[in-house]
Ligand binder design. Structure first.
Ligand SMILES: *[C@@H]1O[C@H](CO)[C@@H](O)[C@H](O)[C@H]1NC(C)=O
Ligand SMILES: *[C@@H]1O[C@H](CO)[C@@H](O)[C@H](O)[C@H]1NC(C)=O
Ligand SMILES: *[C@@H]1O[C@H](CO)[C@@H](O)[C@H](O)[C@H]1NC(C)=O
Ligand SMILES: *[C@@H]1O[C@H](CO)[C@@H](O)[C@H](O)[C@H]1NC(C)=O
Ligand SMILES: *[C@@H]1O[C@H](CO)[C@@H](O)[C@H](O)[C@H]1NC(C)=O
Ligand SMILES: *[C@@H]1O[C@H](CO)[C@@H](O)[C@H](O)[C@H]1NC(C)=O
Ligand SMILES: *[C@@H]1O[C@H](CO)[C@@H](O)[C@H](O)[C@H]1NC(C)=O
Length: 431
């Protein structure tokens, strides 16, 4: 009798814990980048990926710009390549055990990617998406990992060993969240269909790919928080890749800015209000207008934390300086809000770190306001919304103790107030 009660108690405790959806912010913090004790810390991207791959029984679907998970891919010999190599090994083991692995990658990565080897060894089915076939140009830039229709990762991290140990990344991990994950997987299916030989952009997407979860009707995700459960939706770019009901990424982003009541904090690698890759070069002030309007007309305080590294474009610095124009007069109350800009630089501490190509950078692409969070895969230039394939997750959640937006605010503050973020220096008058 006593034992029966004991087992019942265990069951009551176990069942909800093992079946409830878990949503976690995961981060990559570059080697040797440290914060003061007590700063927010999150599970690593590496652990998140390893955990969901460990759960795989049937299927893994990955969409990715490219795949360079081995040190040898970048000619790097360093212990920090180990995590990436471990992920590649997991994929090989899963493929060998008969788990179906599908990878859709950007066409320009063909022949230069670890996926080539997975395909050759028949461990994965690999397809390449050529965005030039669909009238917009651009590239496949979405970073998605799906496992068994229940678990997923989406965020800024490429399938690259550097994204796990040498680049600063932020994403979201969903574990045991079939409704959310199966909705997101419809975006993968769009890439999968369009990367088949001869594929054409359909005039109307099949109804099976449409969604009822969007900006108007986000999905309530039960993470055991009762009335504090979050509401989420995924959005996609370019808009030609959005079946019925799917919110366009640009609209999701603009809506988050428009619905802010107090502040908008943006952490994005690159910010340029122009279409810089597709010819002709075009001014693209869509987001820029929205930010200035929010600050000047609605008293919203805006912080933009862009990234500074050896490849930063001078043009971005000038555009960011222009954003701060009204901050100069923030003392005048009738001007309402202001826009402050800082640049986050990941320091290079060692010669080994210096020798790693395209590393040591803040690659984050998210935004958080007083009422919503937005985790994306895109830089804020016109190209990423007009032509490149990317996605975002928008999250609304009542502020319980540790809501996802609150976690993002804490991460943003940690970084904004850190010694790695410095106010942009705008040189003003030359006289
Ligand atoms: C950087 O991190 C590595 C690996 O954790 C460690 O071995 C090394 O001592 C650190 N170097 C510095 C300069 O902090
Ligand atoms: C991608 O598609 C464009 C236009 O259809 C074509 O010209 C180009 O050769 C394709 N790229 C590759 C690598 O196949
Ligand atoms: C993986 O992708 C294929 C093709 O889009 C789809 O049929 C399958 O359901 C997907 N599986 C998962 C786990 O997302
Ligand atoms: C945007 O982000 C990618 C990586 O996601 C980076 O390599 C690229 O140079 C960035 N900037 C622009 C302006 O595209
Ligand atoms: C890209 O931008 C051009 C010019 O601003 C516009 O005409 C076109 O509709 C846009 N395309 C997409 C897919 O957003
Ligand atoms: C919030 O945190 C406080 C103090 O840590 C705790 O007493 C309370 O139970 C928490 N509330 C919820 C909803 O988790
Ligand atoms: C300001 O001047 C310094 C020194 O000449 C220069 O390095 C920096 O790039 C300038 N900043 C901007 C935003 O023009």
């Amino acid at each position: 009798m006593r034992w029966t009660i004991f087992y019942l108690v265990i069951l009551v405790h176990l069942v909800p814990v093992t079946t409830l959806c878990q949503l976690k912010i995961v981060e990559s913090i570059p080697q040797n980048l440290t914060y003061p004790g007590g700063s927010p810390t999150h599970e690593s991207t590496f652990k998140g990926w390893a955990d969901i791959l460990n759960l795989a029984k049937n299927e893994v679907n990955i969409s990715s710009f490219y795949m360079t998970l081995k040190g040898s891919d970048t000619k790097t010999k360093d212990p920090s390549t180990k995590e990436g190599e471990q992920i590649l090994t997991s994929l090989k083991l899963l493929g060998g055990k008969g788990v179906t692995i599908r990878i859709v990658e950007e066409i320009s990565s063909k022949g230069k990617s670890d996926s080539d080897q997975l395909e050759k060894l028949k461990l994965a089915q690999v397809q390449h998406l050529n965005m030039s076939n669909f009238g917009t140009g651009g590239i496949l830039h979405t970073k998605f990992i799906f496992v068994d229709g229940k678990h997923m990762y989406v965020g800024s991290a490429n399938m690259d060993w550097r994204s796990l140990t040498q680049v600063k990344e932020l994403g979201i991990l969903a574990i045991n969240c079939p409704t959310l994950v199966q909705d997101a997987a419809k975006i993968f299916e769009v890439y999968w269909q369009l990367s088949k030989p001869g594929a054409k952009l359909p005039h109307v997407w099949p109804p099976a790919l449409s969604t009822s979860f969007n900006m108007q009707t986000p999905m309530k995700v039960d993470i055991g928080g009762g009335s504090n459960n979050p509401y989420l939706y995924l959005s996609s770019a370019p808009y030609t890749f959005c079946p019925t009901g799917r919110t366009r990424d640009l609209n999701a982003l603009l809506n988050v800015i428009r619905s802010a009541e107090k502040f908008v904090w943006i952490a994005v690698m690159d910010y340029i209000p122009a279409i810089i890759y597709n010819k002709p070069y075009q001014f693209w002030p869509v987001i820029d207008d929205e930010l200035r309007r929010a600050a000047i007309e609605r008293n919203i305080n805006i912080r933009v934390m862009a990234s500074y590294w050896s490849h930063t474009k001078e043009q971005m610095l000038q555009y960011l300086c222009s954003l701060t124009a009204d901050s100069q007069i923030k003392r005048y109350p009738h001007y309402g809000g202001w826009i402050d800009v800082k640049l986050f630089e990941v320091p290079v501490f060692t010669p080994e770190q210096k020798s790693i190509p395209f590393a040591r950078v803040n690659h984050n692409k998210y935004m958080v306001t007083d009422n919503k969070g937005y985790i994306g895969t895109s830089n804020w230039t016109g190209d990423y919304f007009n032509s490149t394939a990317g996605v975002s997750v928008t999250i609304q959640q009542k502020d319980g103790n540790n809501s996802l937006p609150q976690q993002l605010r804490d991460i943003f503050s940690r970084d904004w107030d850190s010694k790695y973020a410095k106010p942009i220096i705008c040189n003003g008058s030359v006289f």
